[in-house]
Unconditional design. Structure first.
Length: 138
């Protein structure tokens, strides 16, 4: 009986992993939301989430960073949410880290080059965490 329960639990975890892997995350827009200071400002990344399955996915959280090269310029963390079947939209509001962001943006102005932003997301379901990394403007 114990072995059967372990097999069932393993199967359920595998199906949950598969379901989480089928959901695709696509950035569709980026904007800067100005606060009273740079520390109160956010870099908002609008995401389209596509769930091609016939089930909802309950997420414990999504967190991550946005960086230029090895310098982290912002951090993000969400509250629990549900990804319903079909297309869903979600804003990732990255809290700007003033020290590193200021240096990166100043270098971009001096060099007249738009920096390439790398986003790293950690997607947490009830039992499994998966990670994804992508460039926003490469």
């Amino acid at each position: 009986m114990l072995v059967g329960g372990g097999v069932y639990l393993g199967y359920r975890l595998y199906k949950l992993y598969q379901l989480g892997e089928k959901v695709t995350y696509t950035p569709i827009g980026v904007s800067f939301v100005r606060g009273k200071s740079i520390a109160d400002s956010v870099l908002r990344v609008r995401m389209k989430l596509d769930n091609p399955t016939d089930a909802s996915v309950n997420m414990k959280s999504v967190d991550g960073t946005i960086s230029v090269g090895s310098d982290v310029v912002g951090v993000f963390a969400s509250k629990p949410f549900t990804i319903n079947q079909g297309e869903n939209f979600f804003d990732l509001d990255f809290k700007i880290l003033p020290n590193s962001a200021g240096t990166i943006f100043l270098q971009a102005v001096i060099n007249k080059k738009t920096p390439v932003f790398k986003v790293t997301l950690n997607k947490r379901t009830q039992f499994i965490t998966t990670s994804e990394t992508f460039d926003l403007n490469a």
